[in-house]
Design a protein around this ligand. Structure first.
Ligand code: SF4
Length: 324
């Protein structure tokens, strides 16, 4: 081997090995919601109001804000005559009622996979079932889903302990879940419900969406033996937090969220020989690129993408924007 070849070989062996999970980052529901805000701004001009953070990612929210989007907590803060976009997480019927009562121009960016869960809940109630919803208290998606049924017909299950304790009124029971839960934890809760209520009815296909499932399966492939797994995503993002848990359970020595790759303290990777990188469904790819560039600026790296599955899901734009 030549001297140059030997140097290259030494360099390659010294390099920090980075395993990049695929798929990662933006899902079709988030793409659609973000595009809805951009298109509404192009169509109607600023300001365009958005109820809640359109997705749980400060970088995305700040970019849209700089373009003229105004984020509000409730419809009462929307200026009459201006469009308002409902976020991908979905909303309870009371929000639509209020929008109608105020004649607001509403653009519904609820992810179709969240709407599917809403429809399931309404169908169960119409067919006389009590509904148990597995999810996280206070998460906007859960607020929307719980709102699909009268309060006496629906209960929230947040843990295995809840599933062991719940005592619904006699009669038929069904369950539904938040779309962004941990597959493994949810399976354990469903097992308890099925043991306690053998006739319980569940969805034909899991309510946990394809993007959550794929990102969790992909992180399971990069985590085993990794010294550290970095999940680009916000602490508010349920699916990003689940990726951190899944990485640890799948064998990463450590896993952590990286909310802002620009500010990420690179001392965290000192001593690591193998790190995995992925991103939650609300984190754009440019944030992963910033993180990779910052790491590669400090140390030689070798990057390998580990593919779980290729995604080709695209959702149609909300009707009002599609018509434009
Ligand atoms: Fe839709 Fe799943 Fe994305 Fe949520 S995470 S917006 S349910 S595709």
């Amino acid at each position: 081997m030549s001297n140059a070849g030997r140097d290259e070989d030494r360099e390659a062996r010294r390099a920090l090995r980075i395993r990049l999970a695929a798929p990662r980052g933006f899902c079709a529901g988030v793409e659609r919601a973000v595009r809805s805000v951009e298109e509404a701004l192009a169509m109607f001009g600023a300001p365009v109001f958005v109820r809640h953070e359109i997705v749980h990612n400060a970088h995305v929210v700040n970019r849209l804000r700089s373009m003229g989007a105004v984020f509000v907590d409730e419809l009462g803060d929307v200026v009459a005559g201006r469009p308002v976009i409902l976020s991908a997480h979905g909303a309870p019927p009371s929000v639509y009622d209020e929008a109608r009562a105020r004649s607001l121009m509403t653009i519904d960016a609820t992810c179709p996979l969240v709407s599917k869960v809403h429809n399931e809940v309404r169908r169960h109630v119409a067919q006389g079932r009590q509904v148990l919803v597995i999810g996280h208290q206070g998460h906007p998606e859960i607020v929307g889903t719980m709102g699909q049924a009268p309060i006496s017909r629906i209960s929230l299950i947040t843990s295995i302990a809840d599933a062991e304790r719940i005592s619904p009124p006699p009669g038929a029971i069904a369950y539904a879940t938040q779309t962004t839960l941990s597959l493994d934890e949810t399976a354990a809760i469903i097992e308890v419900l099925k043991r306690r209520f053998p006739a319980i009815i569940g969805p034909h296909r899991s309510d946990i969406c394809y993007a959550t499932q794929n990102r969790q399966e992909a992180v399971k492939k990069i985590a085993p033996g990794a010294d550290l797994v970095l999940v680009v995503g916000s602490a508010h993002s349920s699916n990003s937090r689940r990726l951190v848990e899944t990485a640890t359970l799948a064998g990463a020595k450590k896993a952590m969220l990286v909310e802002d790759p620009e500010q990420f303290d690179l001392r965290a990777i000192i001593g690591a020989a193998v790190i995995g990188i992925t991103a939650g469904a609300s984190a754009p790819e440019e944030l992963v690129e910033i993180l990779l560039t910052r790491i590669a600026d400090t140390t030689p790296v070798s990057i390998e993408t580990i593919d779980h599955v290729e995604e080709d899901v695209v959702f149609k734009q909300p009707l009002m924007l599609a018509a434009g």
